[in-house]
Design a protein around this ligand. Sequence first.
Ligand SMILES: Nc1ncnc2c1ncn2[C@@H]1O[C@H](COP(=O)(O)OP(=O)(O)OP(=O)(O)O)[C@@H](O)[C@H]1O
Length: 286
Amino acid sequence: MTTSLLSLRDVGKRYGRAPAVLAGVSLDVAGGDVIGILGGNGSGKSTLLRILAAVARPSTGTRTGHPVLGYLPDRFPAGHRMRAPAYLAHLGRAGGLSTRDASTRAAAWLRRLELTSAERDGAVPLRELSKGNAQKVGLAQALLHDPDVLVMDEPFSGLDRSAHGVLADVIAERREQGGAVVFSEHRTEVAAAHTTALYRLSGGRLIPAVPTSPATARMRIVLTGTDPEWAPDGLISSTVRDERTELLVHAEHCDAVLAEALRNGASVREVREVRDLPDAREVLPE
Ligand SMILES: Nc1ncnc2c1ncn2[C@@H]1O[C@H](COP(=O)(O)OP(=O)(O)OP(=O)(O)O)[C@@H](O)[C@H]1O
């Protein structure tokens, strides 16, 4: 039996006199879980994640567990004059790291997330960073303390393709190390590509998913010699790493994607069905 790192029981949330945003939400987050939260605009995803990250309290119900938490908020406070390395080192120290540890870890994450050297080395103030780069600093901040539970609000939005790949690796690593990840995402396919379980927030409730249908089967294709911006029909995600392009595509588009890639002079390095999501679920219709 796996032990929960974090649990919500019958959680409700209401802002003032407005109708409840969350009602009777229960969720267990255990080591190895990668949980995706889907939902339309205003459905309460950010509210739920804020409660999981303990930056907001539920109006009713309980939250239990004391894991080391990393939290990427929906809007990263990027209005600072501070530079990314100094900002992260400051947060690291505030969270109990030594100055040296905080600076080393901050630099390592910024390098891994591929901030340009000017941004990384502190030439650019936070408030002048692009949305994607601010998101990377936010991610580095969330990862700084090596969290047991990583809670991220729409982490894939605004990231370039290569950072998508890094984030996918980070999620997989947390899981392999016995940690857990919970993140929100509005695109079902993007969430399903990285999760072990998917839920949808609707009417304030967290709806469990229904089993994956064969129509949602996916293929991973690794190519060399393609344009990194190539986006064929059926594409779910695309990651560029070491001059290889790794595509995740809906299975029914696989043959057409391969044919088009070969026509354009690419070389096929690998094609395989993705079966690594035992609990991945297709979600209920909107
Ligand atoms: N601090 C707050 N005070 C008052 N109302 C709030 C507050 N935070 C969120 N809300 C309201 O609660 C509802 C749910 O918002 P929330 O941001 O949790 O949804 P969301 O699913 O993350 O939306 P989106 O995808 O648009 O970011 C919305 O109607 C929002 O206006």
